[in-house]
Design a protein around this ligand. Structure first.
Ligand SMILES: Nc1ncnc2c1ncn2[C@@H]1O[C@H](COP(=O)(O)OP(=O)(O)O)[C@@H](O)[C@H]1O
Ligand SMILES: [Mg+2]
Length: 418
């Protein structure tokens, strides 16, 4: 059976054939009892993409994300060295990728694969170090941001304070003044500064309390972020124990830097091309976000909305790809849906979510997506792949994971008894 390459246009297909692709699974042909696996399905990894992985709970989204991360680590060395990935881990499930999936050795064998741990570099918030250690999580380092990195608006956002509230006015005054006079300051410095303000009696204490609470989030310290754009590196930022509004803020801080650095690198690469020079390349980055509807929602705006929308609209030029996983594609910002060129949809039931998928690619109106989704065999890891590049759609079985997937639902009964 010839391999099927998705996410690659005809010209690239002629030129590169199946070089630089991610072997995610196999094509399912036939329905019901007749359904069987045929050609391997390969996803293009030479060009940037905007991908969505969707499906209802337990359908295999996080598992599929893991397969994609594994595959990014397996592409040919000369291509792989120009790639890296960043995983925003909202459930604390990606660190287990360091270990081989021994449980599925037999299943993997059927696919010609073996259990294999993957070299992911896991970082946890500085102030939660002990918590993660106690939980037995194997991490490589910590990350933190400086309180001085945040703008007054960021603070208003994370505290949920309006800019016209007395508390908001006080906050804005204090932070703006500090930013003018110092390059770097801590939360304790902010608290001290609050008390130098004239008036605002009760507000001062109330604001102090907010900042004391912020210290507990465990993300503030000196600015210490791991390098993300490093050849072949897969960085996992574990934000599973970070409050959701703080998560979005962190994502915006990290991604602004990734995008800026890639834009700079792209400029240098173009210059070098013109002048026929060899330069050290900065890798293209795949940004992977689980539960993405919380980071670029359809309704309302969160701290990461702007940067993520910028990346989906402009990211292909500087080479930043996105893979957004969500249970509810309908809850993703419509611009993300409109910009997506590749979708892996596990089973979906809500009509509004199916409609959202239909809206992605008008041409697919020719196909009845709902029917295709209903036709999917009720097995773990089956999905529909919608490819905007070839304007085609495939039923696939995602391959088993070589690395350990920690995301399965816990059993209420002791496994050993069975
Ligand atoms: N491609 C697959 N092959 C084998 N098992 C799978 C596959 N995809 C998912 N599963 C099984 O289904 C479970 C739920 O998948 P998961 O990705 O955690 O769901 P969710 O969509 O909620 O993120 C996994 O723990 C795994 O056991
Ligand atoms: Mg999941």
């Amino acid at each position: 059976m010839p391999d099927i390459v998705v996410g690659r246009d005809f010209k690239d297909l002629e030129k590169f054939e199946k070089i630089g692709t991610l072997r995610v699974g196999k094509h399912i042909v036939g329905t019901g009892e007749d359904a069987h696996l045929t050609s391997p399905i390969l996803i293009d990894a030479l060009r940037p993409h905007c991908m969505i992985v969707c499906g209802k709970r337990g359908g295999g989204k996080s598992y599929t994300l893991g397969v994609l991360v594994e595959e990014l680590k397996k592409v040919r060395k000369d291509i792989r060295k120009n790639l890296c990935s960043l995983i925003i881990d909202t459930q604390g499930i990606f660190w287990t990728m360091k270990y081989p999936n021994e449980d599925d050795r037999d299943l993997l064998k059927k696919w010609g694969l073996e259990p294999m741990g993957i070299d992911v570099k896991v970082y946890v918030p500085f102030g939660q170090k002990e918590l993660f250690e106690k939980a037995g999580v194997n991490f490589d380092g910590t990350f933190s941001v400086s309180a001085s990195q945040l703008a007054p608006d960021d603070w208003l956002y994370v505290f949920g304070i309006g800019m016209n509230d007395p508390l908001g006015i006080l906050l804005e005054r204090v932070i703006t003044r500090m930013k003018k006079s110092k390059d770097s300051f801590s939360i304790d410095d902010i608290i001290n500064e609050i008390h130098t303000e004239e008036g605002f009696d009760n507000e001062k204490l109330a604001l102090e309390n907010r900042f004391i609470a912020a210290k507990m989030w465990g993300i503030f310290g000196e600015t210490k972020m791991p390098t993300i754009l490093e050849s072949e590196k897969s960085t996992v930022l574990d934000v599973s124990m970070t409050p959701s509004n703080v998560r979005t803020l962190l994502v915006s801080i990290v991604l602004k830097k990734v995008l800026e650095d890639r834009i700079k690198a792209r400029r240098q690469e173009e210059m070098a091309k013109v002048e026929n020079e060899d330069i050290k390349r900065v890798p293209l980055c795949w940004v992977i976000i689980d539960e993405a509807h919380n980071f670029v929602p359809n309704v309302g705006k969160v701290a990461s909305s702007d940067i993520l929308l910028r990346i989906v609209k402009e990211g292909r030029q500087p080479g930043v790809s996105t893979i957004f996983a969500t249970q509810r594609p309908n809850k993703l910002h419509p611009d993300v849906i409109a910009q997506s060129d590749l979708i892996i949809s596990h089973r979906l039931t809500a009509k509004s979510d199916i409609e959202a998928l239909k809206a992605i690619m008008q041409t697919y109106m020719l196909f009845d997506i709902e029917k295709y989704l209903n036709d999917l065999p009720r097995m773990k890891g089956v999905a529909l792949v919608l490819d905007d590049n070839s304007e085609r759609l495939y039923k696939i079985q995602v391959r088993p994971r070589q690395s350990w997937h920690a995301g399965s639902s816990p059993l209420a009964i002791d496994r050993k008894e069975f």
